[in-house]
Design a protein around this ligand. Structure first.
Ligand code: SDX
Length: 431
């Protein structure tokens, strides 16, 4: 078993230690590379670079494997629920009955957004982008609960359990309030209900008519949020770790993650998939035009919901969510022409050498919108739903950064390609 990598630069040979993770992943430990050689590694987009050691999630992109704290995602999908998986992702173990009850109670008692904080919504236009609202209002948790957001890791870790429960519960409530704000509807106060039931209540109840939660709807929402709970060092989670590494508190770091997630190449893809499927439906197309455009290779024409930075095989979450679509729609007595279009699109792409040769398969976003829509959640809220689901993963990763006594501020290097030294020219002498 190789224990060191040898690199020969400028006739100098250096040896770098090899790191091996618990699942056999290997890395060249380059922490002394610059000190020993004056060189850095260049890896645009960090696709070949490990930024940290983490115990939360293991991904095997080649074989389509996803495990949270060792538990396979398909087993969690079948046997667990979002809150239990959230606890697992954050604390590292499945909760026993006592701890599960305590965690649920903490989430319920921290579901409300106080009146003064509700006034923030008045500053946003009704048609404000939901993710812009979510990141701003989530960040304001640091302003309203400064005792939980001291930017001192030791103090913030002492209050971690409450801050974590607040983040999960209040981001869910803020999401429902953003929907109500966008519709010009009054906010609905949370009730002593299970997490997903409370979300649906706060989204859809009317002043004199409580929304009746159909068990299948709550179950489907639980599944979708569970499938988004964490996903290794994705763009938004790496952002949370980057911001947290400066000593920033949990709420501020999560707000940065929400901003990263809002991009169309990341969390914005679930809504983009629905817009793509709707366009195909409205044009009476069979998807051929979109597939042809996607093969142009331009980022703006990509087949949304397809491809992944890590998976070179099926995203295991896409398999579970894709299978759940038929079940949920049937249980709700609904049908959706976009589901048939999605299935046809998947089949066409998986037979097309462009996608096969690039190992592009459906990802978590390809089918999730079909179920969100069947639950009555508008497309504009899909990325907010992704953020509600991803909160446990962000929290777990922030905690790893905050707890790492040997941790350092994240500070990548660069290769400078700008102008070399030149002297100042007075404005009178400039062209
Ligand atoms: C998420 O990282 C995570 O874990 C993220 C996530 C999570 O849970 O946090 O899984 C959630 O963000 C899922 C991805 C959602 N985004 C989309 O569905 C948008 C469409 N997908 C692509 O934009 C793309 O696949 C990415 C952004 C997801 C991955 O981009 P990469 O790793 O930079 O891929 P790449 O650009 O290296 O692609 C390799 C080739 C290129 O072609 P060539 O230059 O080799 O000719 O594949 C092509 C790309 O043009 N390609 C696509 C494509 N995705 C990649 N071509 C058409 N359609 C696509 N969707």
């Amino acid at each position: 078993m190789t224990t060191n990598a040898s690199i020969k630069i400028d006739d100098k040979e250096i040896s770098l230690p090899i790191m091996v993770g618990s699942e056999g992943e290997k890395a060249v430990d380059a922490r002394n590379l610059r000190k020993d050689t004056g060189y850095i590694f260049y890896d645009q987009g960090y696709g070949n670079t490990g930024s940290c050691e983490s115990s939360v999630t293991y991904l095997d992109g080649e074989n389509g494997v996803l495990r949270h704290r060792g538990y396979p995602i398909d087993q969690l999908a079948e046997h667990s629920d979002f809150i239990e998986t959230a606890y697992l992702v954050i604390y590292g173990e499945l909760p026993n009955e006592k701890k599960r009850k305590e965690f649920g109670a903490l989430l319920r008692t921290n579901a409300v957004i106080e009146t003064q904080m509700q006034r923030i919504f008045e500053g946003f236009p009704k048609d404000a982008p939901p993710m812009a609202m979510l990141s701003s209002i989530a960040n304001s948790l640091a302003a309203y609960y400064p005792e939980l957001a001291t930017n001192n890791f030791e103090k913030d870790l002492q209050n971690f359990d409450l801050a974590a429960a607040m983040a999960i519960s209040k981001i869910r409530t803020i999401g429902a309030m953003i929907y109500r704000h966008s519709k010009g509807l009054p906010f609905v106060h949370p009730k002593d209900l299970p997490f997903c039931d409370n979300f649906l209540h706060m989204m859809f109840s009317e002043p004199y008519q409580d929304y009746v939660v159909i068990p299948e709807v709550a179950k489907a929402l639980n599944l979708l949020l569970l499938m988004h709970a964490d996903h290794e060092q994705n763009c938004s989670t790496s952002t949370v770790r980057m911001v947290g590494s400066s000593g920033a508190n949990l709420f501020t770091s999560i707000s940065a993650g929400i901003n990263a997630l809002s991009g169309p190449l990341h969390g914005g893809a679930n809504a983009a998939v629905m817009h793509m499927l709707q366009s195909i439906h409205d044009e009476g197309d069979d998807g051929t035009r979109f597939i042809a455009a996607a093969k142009s290779g331009t980022k703006g024409n990509r087949l949304m919901g397809f491809g992944h930075a890590v998976y070179r095989n099926f995203d295991p979450r896409a398999k579970v969510i894709g299978a759940a679509c038929d079940v949920v729609l049937k249980k709700l007595g609904k049908s959706d022409p976009l589901l048939d279009i999605a299935k046809n699109l998947e089949q066409a792409a998986l037979k097309d050498d462009y996608f096969v040769s690039r190992k592009l398969y459906p990802n978590v976003d390809f089918y999730s919108g079909i179920i969100f829509r069947a639950l009555g959640i508008p497309t504009s809220m899909f990325t907010v739903m992704f953020a509600i689901g991803r909160a446990p993963g962000w929290i777990a990763n922030w905690r790893e950064v905050a707890s790492n006594a040997k941790g350092r501020i994240y500070r990548p290097r660069q290769i400078y390609v700008g102008p070399t030294q030149r002297d100042y020219v007075p404005i009178s002498k400039r062209a």
